[in-house]
Design a protein around this ligand. Structure first.
Ligand code: FAD
Length: 280
């Protein structure tokens, strides 16, 4: 339970952090530390240098940017949960952030850390996927924007290059015809999700014409339920579409649930999430 030896530097700006990252191949950013430090203690991660970005308050913000909401990477889960702009324009993010861990975890963990970590059991990746968000990463040569659908590449693997830093998350504002739901199934209160569903739907004339469905803990990455989404777009009823939600997934078997049980559960809570989104 003791990490391997590492060096430690405090970054004074995002540029300073990026320069420090470029200095050593095995350097890693330290944000809230609530995923990285446990991984270091079991030697799953062995960075040679920790670049502490936790004090970069300029990357902690939630603001309007035209028809989008921009969120700084160092924004803590607790601030996402409490924020009025998010509650008005992207309420699914504020709601899901309030379901992460316990108050201590929410006061330390950051949106940038949870997305960059690439854990398929984390809550916010499926939400950002369902919203078709964009992630802005910065390196020595400038910034690039990555659609959420291209960001998650494997277990603990994302499209962020080793000497890049995630600096901002951009989300479209949900319009008045949008409905949403995030349903997280846990064995005990404050647990990680056994499975979870993020549903964002567009309503017209009392029915849903389009749905974006993000899935938590149903494969090597958070993912979209593309078959079920196509069914909704083709006019299928919620129950019919929900029966297709597990298609294309490859859930793990672990102490919480077998892969087969996860496929069953995701159909059940997927139907409930779509029903809630349609009526909310
Ligand atoms: P860190 O641990 O500091 O970093 C994680 C990884 O991301 C590291 O590799 C780091 O180098 C990298 N990184 C961090 N910031 C950046 C950046 N800006 N750019 C590029 N790379 C970066 N999460 C859930 O979703 N749901 C839960 O129910 C949940 N329960 C938890 C319960 C406990 C007891 C604990 C300890 C954690 C739990 N978490 C849960 C995880 C929590 O949300 C973490 O805080 C989060 O996953 C990581 O955020 P962090 O800021 O702590 O990142």
């Amino acid at each position: 339970m003791i990490p391997a030896t590492f060096d430690y530097e405090v970054a004074e700006s995002p540029e300073h952090a990026i320069a420090l990252l470029g200095d050593q191949e095995e350097a890693k950013l330290l944000a809230g530390g609530h995923s990285l430090l446990p991984a270091m203690k079991i030697r799953l991660a062995r960075p040679s240098l920790l670049v502490d970005v936790g004090r970069l308050t300029e990357l902690s913000y939630i603001r309007e940017d035209g028809d989008r909401i921009a969120i700084g990477a160092l924004t803590r889960h607790r601030d996402l949960h409490e924020d009025d702009l998010l509650k008005e324009h992207c309420p699914i993010v504020a709601y899901a952030a309030g379901l992460i861990g316990d108050p201590q975890v929410r006061h330390r963990g950051t949106i940038g850390g949870t997305l960059a970590h690439g854990d398929p059991a984390s809550d916010l990746p499926a939400v950002i996927l369902a919203l078709d968000g964009e992630l802005v990463v910065r390196g020595a040569d400038g910034e690039r924007t990555i659609p959420a659908g291209e960001f998650f590449e494997g277990v603990f693997q994302t499209a962020i290059a080793p000497a890049e830093m995630l600096v901002e998350v951009r989300l479209p504002k949900l319009g008045s015809q949008a409905g949403w739901s995030y349903l997280k199934l846990t064995r005990r209160a404050q647990d990680w999700a056994t499975v979870a569903v993020a549903a964002v739907v567009q309503r017209s004339n009392g029915s849903i014409g389009q749905a974006s469905i993000g899935l938590t803990n149903m494969g090597a990455t958070s993912l979209r339920a593309a078959t079920a989404e196509d069914a909704i777009a083709g006019g299928a009823a919620i129950e019919e579409a929900a029966a297709l939600i597990a298609q294309g997934t490859d859930p793990p078997s672990d102490q919480l649930a077998s892969a087969d049980f996860r496929r069953h559960l995701i159909g059940v809570i997927g139907r409930r999430a779509l029903e809630e989104a349609a009526s909310r």
